[in-house]
Design a protein around this ligand. Structure first.
Ligand SMILES: *[C@@H]1O[C@H](CO)[C@@H](O)[C@H](O)[C@H]1NC(C)=O
Ligand SMILES: *[C@@H]1O[C@H](CO)[C@@H](O)[C@H](O)[C@H]1NC(C)=O
Ligand SMILES: *[C@@H]1O[C@H](CO)[C@@H](O)[C@H](O)[C@H]1NC(C)=O
Ligand SMILES: *[C@@H]1O[C@H](CO)[C@@H](O)[C@H](O)[C@H]1NC(C)=O
Ligand SMILES: *[C@@H]1O[C@H](CO)[C@@H](O)[C@H](O)[C@H]1NC(C)=O
Ligand SMILES: *[C@@H]1O[C@H](CO)[C@@H](O)[C@H](O)[C@H]1NC(C)=O
Ligand SMILES: *[C@@H]1O[C@H](CO)[C@@H](O)[C@H](O)[C@H]1NC(C)=O
Ligand SMILES: *[C@@H]1O[C@H](CO)[C@@H](O)[C@H](O)[C@H]1NC(C)=O
Ligand SMILES: *[C@@H]1O[C@H](CO)[C@@H](O)[C@H](O)[C@H]1NC(C)=O
Length: 499
């Protein structure tokens, strides 16, 4: 019996040891999953970005992190969102909060965001102090390419010199012979307006108007009144402002009756981040008046036709996170696909570091991004927005690996609809554009502000040209005729037709 007892005891001991061993390996398996925090400096608390877009971006960030975590067995990145607003001050505070030691969350690896250029500048400087990389999905201001000032800043978007080329392409393609550029004083608008002026380089007649902020509105109303009332009928207005400023400018333009035919506005990416769907409940009249205004938007990746992006959107749908982009296929969503690709940059770099037997640290991620790490650790993958690679000399999206694509968009009541595509500063497609207020405008498919195509306009136009060529006598005849035909001329397309 005693022998049996000891035999059983022996078995028990063996079993316990075996169990402990098994548990040990299990513990080892779970603890082998390393955890890091991936920060998101979200534009929440900003008055410049529409709340619906903030919600969309917050969700897109979580969706991207969660989808990517399902693919990685060795590590997890935990999403941690901190408000950064759209300006220098809030982002600076946000970046400090992001770096606070916090026992309840894993160590910080790097940060995604901010969306706005000034916010990205101050956050980059703060995070640089502790050696954290910052990768933005929407801050396009050219000064951020300065490697001496912002060595830890990277972005999956192109710098604004490429957007300026796309704007210049539109100026040429739409025959904008006389252009008034209205811009504001922030880092984004100031620099982009400057980039456009440099790129156009005298090939079109540009009038630059810098708007000051107002007391209780984002813009100075009386200054804007002055600019708008000095516009000539054939002037094209290019707005280089943020979404809130665009909305305020349009509200004033509406009061001044400068949204009516023949006035036509063209907005840069900040303007097309204005979401008409947000505005419809509070101001349906303004949105109606804006139908037909045009602008530029970074290529949205057409997620419906893109398997890589589709995965994230179906997860988003199933997880029921708010702000899922909907609407027609051609809708270009402001920077959401770039945000998804930005999150993926971190995962791709982590995978590559592990494949190189390098540990996942903020420093190694930084080296991979700034090009000082092994070549294979630099991000280079097919994402929602094409081939994603960073140019280490600028920290920006590499235009060599993926040519810059912008969409020419036109406002329909619920959204901005894609009407054309500009690749590398050249139009590859352009559908006919319908001008705003076309019930007052000629019913032709109008592709430019040039009224010479119109029947009456064409007659007057060629008459004018002939007269100029002929002589002063002919001009006198012309003015004589004009006096006699004032009634007839009030129907010229570039004279505002009263309602
Ligand atoms: C990482 O997080 C998971 C899930 O919370 C946990 O099971 C695991 O032990 C953590 N790993 C480490 C090394 O703490
Ligand atoms: C730590 O992080 C958690 C989760 O984000 C947050 O709720 C908490 O306020 C943070 N604590 C400190 C001291 O920052
Ligand atoms: C701008 O135009 C001037 C004169 O037309 C020309 O000399 C110069 O090379 C142009 N600059 C650029 C950057 O194209
Ligand atoms: C803005 O402030 C001025 C006085 O400073 C006031 O007259 C005006 O009504 C205000 N406008 C709005 C939209 O609040
Ligand atoms: C818009 O979508 C339609 C069909 O969904 C497609 O035929 C058309 O080419 C698209 N336009 C652009 C500019 O992508
Ligand atoms: C990583 O380490 C493993 C095993 O130690 C080795 O087989 C592999 O070649 C190493 N990889 C690189 C890229 O150094
Ligand atoms: C890249 O980042 C690493 C890690 O922070 C740093 O040591 C190195 O000097 C940086 N190189 C360049 C070219 O910025
Ligand atoms: C243009 O067409 C619409 C409907 O097709 C019509 O209501 C409008 O009066 C037309 N405008 C002009 C100037 O002919
Ligand atoms: C622009 O002008 C050119 C030459 O004057 C003309 O051929 C072209 O059709 C015009 N384009 C548009 C969109 O009006």
């Amino acid at each position: 019996m005693a022998r049996l007892d000891s035999l059983m005891q022996c078995h028990w001991t063996a079993l316990v040891i075996l169990l402990l061993l098994m548990m040990g390996t299990m513990v080892e398996v779970t603890s082998a999953v390393q955890n890091f925090t991936l920060g998101f400096l979200s534009p929440s608390m900003s008055s410049e970005i529409p709340p619906s877009l903030v919600t969309e971006w917050e969700s897109a960030f979580r969706v991207a992190v969660e989808v990517m975590n399902t693919k990685s067995e060795k590590y997890n990145l935990w999403p941690h969102s901190v408000p950064s607003g759209c300006n220098w001050e809030i982002a600076r505070t946000g970046a400090h909060v992001m770096m606070l030691p916090n026992d309840t969350i894993p160590p910080l690896l790097g940060v995604v965001g901010p969306a706005c250029t000034p916010a990205a500048m101050s956050a980059a400087i703060v995070l640089s102090g502790e050696g954290y990389p910052l990768v933005s999905f929407a801050a396009t201001g050219e000064p951020l390419s300065n490697r001496d000032t912002f060595p830890n800043f990277f972005r999956t978007v192109y710098g604004d010199s490429f957007q300026a080329e796309a704007v210049a392409a539109c100026i040429g393609k739409l025959n904008m012979s006389s252009v008034t550029i209205i811009y504001t004083q922030g880092q984004y608008a100031l620099n982009l307006a400057n980039n456009i002026e440099t790129t156009v380089n005298g090939t079109a007649n540009l009038r630059m108007e810098m708007l000051s902020p107002g007391d209780n509105l984002s813009i100075d109303v009386s200054q804007l009144d002055g600019i708008l009332s000095s516009l000539q009928p054939l002037d094209f207005v290019i707005l280089v402002v943020n979404p809130q400023e665009a909305q305020d400018i349009w509200a004033v333009a509406s009061q001044e009756k400068r949204l009516e035919f023949p006035w036509w506005y063209f907005g840069t990416d900040g303007v097309t981040a204005f979401n008409p769907a947000d505005q419809i409940p509070t101001d349906p009249t303004l949105v109606n008046e804006l139908v037909g205004e045009i602008g530029l938007s970074p290529y949205g990746g057409g997620y419906a036709q893109n398997d890589i992006c589709e995965e994230y959107y179906s997860y988003w749908q199933v997880a029921k996170y708010p702000g899922l982009p909907t609407g027609p296929q051609n809708n270009s969503r402001s920077y959401t696909p770039y945000l998804i690709d930005t999150v993926r940059v971190y995962f791709e770099v982590c995978d590559a570091l592990l494949a190189h037997n390098l540990s996942i640290t903020a420093e190694n991620v930084m080296s991979a991004l700034n090009g000082s790490g092994p070549l294979e650790t630099q991000p280079n993958f097919q994402g929602c927005t094409g081939l994603v690679a960073i140019d280490p000399t600028t920290g920006s999206r590499s235009a060599k690996d993926q040519i810059p694509i912008y969409d020419l968009v036109s406002l329909v009541p619920q959204a901005w609809e894609v009407k054309g595509r500009i690749e590398n500063g050249n139009f590859v497609t352009l559908q006919p554009l319908t001008r705003p207020n076309s019930e007052f405008a000629p019913n032709s498919t109008y592709t430019g502000p040039n009224p010479h195509k119109r029947n009456v306009g064409a007659i007057v136009g060629s008459l004018f040209a002939v007269i100029v060529i002929l002589s002063i006598v002919a001009i006198a005849v012309y003015f004589y005729k004009r006096r006699k035909q004032r009634e007839y001329r009030s129907s010229r397309p570039f004279v505002r037709v009263p309602k």
